[in-house]
Design a protein. Structure first.
Length: 478
């Protein structure tokens, strides 16, 4: 290998794979990006990513990691129509514990756009790099090397022919269906621990034309309440590019949404508040309904596997995938790629033990998101979990998270602290500081809201309805 320009093979050209390629080219790697499908030449659906049709939240912790890896990405997204939504200023959210207030002031944010636009914006820049070569229409059929060091991969063309591709580093970013566990067993490496937490959630989404084009229109979230003795239903509206709303509904077993367009708004009226259903009455549907099942959380603990071969890294959904309702998958992948860049900048690609150090660094943001996602899903009585027992500490964590959420409905300090964690700027342990514990015990400082904080938006909707000679919005949502 040419160690002035070490070579990496990245398997998978989704967001995690392209960010891994960006991380490595910044450290002078030459990168071969392997993709079994043909990549779209525009912001269009990509085969193998059915979940792209649903709401994806890019938290500021992830957006800043992407911008560090691919400078200018956030601005390019905004120029293409994406929204930068400050939290909690432009968030109308009903948590199980009540309505959150829209606190003004310095806040974190999320980037709101379609998954197609986000992937294309990142991919277009990364693939234009002179040291990135894309192999489309081929797939990895295995690894080369042994239990001590991976030396590359075998590529299989559509006609079944195979050829080796040597590398100093192989990065598996092939998603939930990754074959790395099987390839490791073929090398004699066994004992990989896995965990799975499945609340049985199903998603249904469709795109609407927004009735109001407003740069400050909020993201709207109606969460399920797992404490109630019925299946959980949740829904939300995300303002995206081109004057559109991306609307997603979700339900646990016994309340799964369907792909029937006539039932979509009816499902919205079965949420804990009619806000989303009322708003959809003023919006024009632009697509049919897309449904996705299989939204379980799972994690592979590669960082604990012994031995771990040099020259192999696992990143993104191939390492850990989360229930998308919590909006952490993309941000965790971005922070993992940032860890990959940091570690490969410090040491030669062939240094013994480098891959294990990288894998452990990638696991840190995974652990944070995993704790938040699974602790919530385990609150549903029908959730099935393997490798993730709910012990006494876990039950206390659930109680404390609910207590924090209750306090956040009337406390700027606690709402801000929780936002720092949910946007992946701070670890959950920061919520265990004595001052935060005391505030949580004292509870909210202001009375809970009895209705969504939505007054300004009702005025805008009524103005739009008047121009169209439509009916005014009732106080039902205000």
């Amino acid at each position: 290998m040419n160690h002035a320009h070490p070579r990496a093979v990245v398997l998978g050209s989704g967001l995690a794979g392209t960010l891994a390629a960006a991380a490595l080219t910044r450290n002078r790697f030459t990168v071969d990006l392997v993709e079994p499908d043909q990549l779209p030449a525009a912001a269009a659906p990509r085969k193998g990513l059915p979940q792209a049709r649903h709401i994806h939240l890019l938290m500021s912790g992830g957006a800043e990691a992407i911008d560090a890896l691919v400078p200018g990405t956030v601005q390019r997204l905004l120029d293409a129509g994406a929204r930068r939504i400050p939290l909690t200023t432009d968030m109308v959210a009903l948590a199980p514990e009540g309505w959150y207030r829209r606190w003004a002031g310095p806040t974190r944010y999320l980037i709101a756009c379609s998954r197609d636009l986000l992937d294309f914006t990142v991919r277009r820049t990364v693939l234009a790099h002179p040291r990135v070569t894309v192999h489309q229409g081929v797939k990895a059929s295995g690894l080369t090397g042994d239990a001590r060091r991976v030396t590359g991969t075998r590529l299989q063309a559509a006609d079944g022919t195979e050829a080796p591709l040597a590398a100093d580093l192989v990065v598996d970013a092939t998603g939930r269906a990754a074959r790395t566990p099987h390839w490791l067993r073929d090398m004699g490496i066994a004992g990989l621990n896995e965990a799975r937490v499945d609340s049985g959630l199903a998603y249904a989404s469709r795109v609407y034309r927004a009735p109001v084009i407003d740069p400050n229109w909020p993201v709207i979230v109606i969460q399920a309440d797992p404490r109630l003795p019925q299946p959980g239903r949740a829904g939300g509206i995300l303002p995206i590019e081109d004057g559109q709303w991306l609307v997603s509904m979700s339900g646990t077993p016994g309340a799964h949404p369907t792909n029937n367009p006539d039932a979509f708004r009816d499902f919205a009226y079965q949420l804990r508040h009619p806000l989303v259903g009322d708003l959809l009455g003023h919006a024009e549907p632009l697509t049919g309904v897309s449904v996705t099942h299989g939204t379980f959380n799972f994690r592979r603990y590669y960082e604990n596997l012994t031995p771990w071969p040099d020259g192999l890294i696992v990143l993104g959904d191939a390492l850990a995938a989360f229930n998308p309702v919590y909006g952490h998958g993309m941000s965790v992948a971005a922070q993992g790629a940032l860890a990959l860049r940091a570690e490969t900048a410090r040491r030669p690609a062939t240094e013994p033990g480098l891959s294990r150090r990288i894998q452990r660094a990638i696991a840190r943001p995974v652990s944070i998101a995993w704790e938040m996602a699974t602790s919530q899903d385990l609150r549903y009585p029908h959730t099935r979990a393997t490798g993730q027992p709910l012990n006494l500490a876990g039950r206390f964590s659930q109680w404390y998270a609910s207590r924090l959420s209750h306090t956040a409905t009337g406390s700027y300090r606690i709402a801000t602290a929780m936002t720092e964690v949910t946007t992946l700027h701070a670890p959950p342990l920061t919520l265990a500081k004595p001052s935060i514990l005391l505030a949580a015990l004292l509870g909210p400082l202001r009375p809970q809201l009895s209705a969504p904080p939505f007054t300004r938006e009702i005025t805008l909707l009524n103005q739009a309805a008047a121009l169209d000679s439509g009916p005014p919005v009732t106080g039902k949502i205000g």
